[in-house]
Design a protein around this ligand. Structure first.
Ligand SMILES: Cc1cc2nc3c(=O)[nH]c(=O)nc-3n(C[C@H](O)[C@H](O)[C@H](O)COP(=O)(O)OP(=O)(O)OC[C@H]3O[C@@H](n4cnc5c(N)ncnc54)[C@H](O)[C@@H]3O)c2cc1C
Length: 391
């Protein structure tokens, strides 16, 4: 058996096959070797490590769900652990992955025609084409199901897109961006694969973010962007179809929130054992152990929830509300955990060189994107009470 993680306290790792453990260990080694030493610097400079895309793609992790060549079968829990391993080192890298694979590839994989899947997914799996996905707009975030204002107008064999998108991950450098826009004819949301070199498509980097600074987010403006009918996602006929994509990404975000907590707790334990006050390591003080164990408990409850979610997903019994509950729960736990871990670092907790402040800041965006805590809570509340509180 390969080594698991101390923060996997109930040892879910051992439930993986040797082959799965090998694949996850390969990913972990790559991240520890190639990403960990420089993520603080990248975070400070708001830069993305483009050179990591190919090595990550070569591990086969981009094509896990929709790899037509079926190089290997992957379960929901294996896919979850891939995200967890990425977030344990850096939540921005996990977010890049979640946008390219979860939002970009899944939009085409779930809503595309067989031809669209065959055209785009293999290239995206190899990292030759990078994806982004525009749902959110300047005036529509939590209410996107009803609030999307970007428009799509049919014009012969083409569609003309107009409008704006905000916060779109990877979009400063993506090769294609999936744009969800409202069909002016029937009022329903449709999806479009938009090559980013199309005339009228403009993406501007959002600068000075204080969270997930390594991910490149963009404000997008669409001015009479012409897209052929062949690039309209064939099976996207309303926002209900978009939700089929979001179901996956919401689950994945729970894994990001959990991996991020693991990374923070590992840092905190290491620091507590090294740092001495009153002539003893601070780990020997009861109140410091309390911070560590409360944080470990959060990791453990988050992981248990996600492991169960993965099991029901693999059985095909996964419902949207389960993903919402796990996203809301784990992201709230993540906020608590990074705050306790940062506290344990004292003044060094706000020095980026100690890494913990990166985890602290990154937890904020994870708490907000893919549906805020409030929205995911209301989605579960609607299911549990039968009453929708947000329409
Ligand atoms: C780093 C980052 C990356 C992102 N990447 C992408 C991406 O790749 N693609 C994409 O499409 N989007 C992306 N987003 C957008 C993200 O999904 C939205 O920020 C999120 O859905 C919240 O929308 P908003 O920011 O407009 O907040 P708002 O909707 O304006 O919400 C503001 C506050 O009001 C609360 N609120 C709103 N409605 C209600 C209600 N009915 N009841 C109670 N409270 C309510 C919210 O919970 C929140 O606290 C990203 C965002 C960030 C920060």
């Amino acid at each position: 058996m390969l080594a698991g993680l101390d923060t996997d306290y109930y040892n879910y790792w051992d439930d993986f096959s040797v082959e799965e453990q090998e694949r996850l260990t390969e990913l972990r080694s790559l991240l520890e070797r190639e990403a960990k030493p420089r993520v603080n610097d990248l975070w400070a400079k708001e830069e993305f490590p483009f050179d990591l895309v190919t090595p990550l793609a070569e591990l086969g992790i981009f094509g896990m769900l929709f790899d037509e060549s079926k190089r290997f079968e992957s379960s929901a829990r294996f896919r979850g652990w891939v995200t967890l391993e990425l977030a344990r080192v850096d939540a921005s890298l996990a977010t890049f992955f979640g946008v390219h694979v979860g939002l970009g590839m899944n939009s085409i994989g779930i809503l595309g025609s067989p031809e669209q899947r065959a055209e785009w997914l293999p290239k995206m799996a190899r990292g030759e084409v990078i994806g982004a996905c525009g749902i959110t707009e300047p005036l529509s975030g939590s209410d996107t199901a009803k609030g999307i204002q970007a428009t799509a107008r049919r014009d012969g064999d083409d569609w003309i897109l107009n409008g704006q998108k905000r916060w779109i991950g990877n979009a400063t450098w993506s090769d294609i961006t999936i744009i969800y826009a409202r069909d002016v004819e029937d009022g329903q949301v449709k999806g479009f694969i938009v090559p980013t070199d199309t005339e009228g498509y403009k993406a501007e980097k959002i600068v000075n973010k204080q969270s997930l600074r390594i991910v490149q987010n963009a404000d997008i403006t669409l001015t009479d962007v012409v897209v052929p009918e062949s690039l309209r996602l064939a099976n996207c006929n309303s926002f209900r179809d978009v939700s089929r994509v979001l179901r996956h990404t919401r689950s994945e975000n729970g894994w990001i929130a959990t991996g991020l907590q693991m990374g923070a707790v590992e840092l905190a334990r290491e620091y507590a054992l090294e740092r001495e006050q009153f002539g003893r390591p601070i780990a020997s003080f009861q109140l410091v152990q309390d911070l560590l164990v409360k944080s470990l408990s959060n990791v453990t409850s988050s992981l248990a929830l996600l492991e169960r979610l993965a099991t029901v997903t693999d059985r095909g019994e996964h419902i949207d509300e389960m993903a919402s509950l796990s996203k809301a729960y784990t992201s709230v736990r993540a906020r608590e955990t990074v705050s306790w871990c940062r506290e344990l670092f004292g003044g060094n907790g706000i020095d980026l060189n100690y890494s913990i402040s990166r985890f602290f800041c990154d937890a904020e965006a994870v708490h907000t994107y893919e549906g805020t805590r409030e929205m995911n809570t209301l989605i579960v509340g609607r299911d549990f009470t039968g009453i929708a509180a947000f329409v």
